[in-house]
Design a binder for this molecule. Structure first.
Ligand SMILES: Cc1ncc(COP(=O)(O)O)c(C=O)c1O
Length: 392
């Protein structure tokens, strides 16, 4: 029987790490989850209260395809208050997570065979969704020299292009574009007709300069989500600011692909905006986790780490210790109980020498991981970089 070529996309290795970690936990051993890009603290209380109230009082039918008008207006207010940018609520589409927004956005903006560039290392679903839609993925190879973000020169080399996916802060590196670099990329894309898809899912989780939105750019698709800053991964809710010229296409696609985003989650999201102070305190806890983990890596001899300016990840070059990051992560889990993600998930070319540590977990979890990590890294360095010396 026929099976599509385009659906043969790469697996998400972090899910395999999670399976191994769960198997270890089921066997009675402890696991410190530093593999998941998921806030350790749960749904904020005002979101839970709003959801409970909605269960009692609201009709849980379909909402409009673009989402609850109140939520779209609340998101528009978020742009005004956070960035000083006016966004017409008409242009705000509530989606099934940022993931749902990518499918709708990519379908509305690009045709099969179009060329869309993205930085690698990067979030693997960008490339996998694009490939499943028969859109050509153009890899921008960025490392320490480029601050792990695209440059105008890398775009010039990759021309012709139809699109560019940006993420600042980025997963897995936590790196950010400076305002000047973001503006240079935006200008280049406007001049050359390249449609930007700006994934702003880690906005709000920054440790220095706040992130800039591209919502004021008339041509950019801006994607965001309630999963990360708002700590609502399981509610599966995100949004997209849609350019005027794509509104009609996106509306038709949204109606047909999803009908509407989940109703209960939209009520919860309205509540979540009341918990900004609590959510900002959680970001301060991530900052303490980041500093602790950075110090532990340094103490263990791992000093080449992508600039961790936002999100909740450290992307560490462990090339002195291994050239097989999946084996390295298996040994780390077996010998210390720390689950981390091999860089190969994010970068097929160089990821064999990188590991991503998430520090979204509770502070005591990260502190315990740091205590175990330092001696393990030092012992590993003493054993040498021979991957066969992995499991003792
Ligand atoms: C960079 C990035 N974008 C998008 C997503 C997907 O988010 P959502 O849960 O909103 O679908 C993730 C999830 O980890 C992510 O890291």
């Amino acid at each position: 029987m026929k099976r599509s070529r385009r659906s043969t996309i790469a697996p998400f290795m972090v899910m395999e790490v999670l399976e191994a970690a769960n198997a270890r936990a089921a066997a009675g051993a402890d696991v410190l989850h530093l593999e998941l890009g998921e806030p350790g603290e749960g749904t904020p209380p005002s979101a839970l209260a709003a959801a409970r109230r909605a269960l009692d009082e609201a009709f849980m039918g379909y909402t409009e395809a673009f989402g609850l008008p109140d939520l779209r207006r609340r998101i528009a207010r978020h742009y005004r208050e956070t960035y000083g940018v006016e966004v017409d609520p008409r242009r705000i589409l509530v989606t099934v997570g940022a993931s749902g927004a990518f499918v709708l956005g990519f379908l509305a903006a690009f045709d099969a065979g179009d060329r869309v560039a993205l930085a690698e290392p990067g979030y693997p679903a960008y490339r996998n969704i694009l490939r499943a839609l028969d859109i050509e993925v153009v890899r921008l190879d960025v490392g320490f020299a480029e601050g792990f973000q695209p440059t105008v020169e890398s775009l010039e080399r990759a021309l012709p292009l139809d699109g560019l996916v940006l993420a600042s802060p980025a997963n897995p590196t936590g790196s950010m574009l400076t305002p000047a670099r973001l503006e240079a990329l935006r200008r280049f894309c406007t001049e050359t007709g390249i449609r930007i898809v700006s994934d702003e899912i880690y906005h709000g989780i920054t440790y220095g300069t706040p992130a800039r939105t591209l919502a004021a750019d008339a041509d950019a698709l801006v994607v965001n989500s309630f999963s990360k800053y708002f700590c609502m991964t399981g509610w599966r809710l995100g949004w997209m600011v849609v350019p005027e010229d794509l509104l009609e296409s996106v509306a038709r696609l949204a109606q047909n692909l999803f009908i509407a985003p989940p109703t209960i989650a939209q009520h919860a999201a309205l509540g979540a905006f009341r918990d900004r102070a609590l959510l900002d305190r959680r970001v301060e806890a991530y900052r303490r986790n980041r500093d602790r983990l950075l110090a532990a890596l340094r103490e263990g001899g791992v000093t080449r780490v992508a600039p961790p300016e936002g999100a909740f990840y450290l992307y560490a070059d462990v090339g002195d210790l291994t050239d097989d990051s999946p084996a390295f992560c298996r040994a780390l889990l077996e010998e210390t109980g720390i689950a981390a993600t091999p860089g190969l998930d994010f970068d097929p070319a160089h990821g064999h020498r990188y590991v991503r540590f998430s520090f979204a977990a509770a502070e005591e979890v990260v502190a315990e991981a740091c205590r175990r990590l330092v001696p393990w890294l030092r012992a590993r360095a003493d054993r040498g970089a021979d991957p066969s010396a992995g499991v003792s």
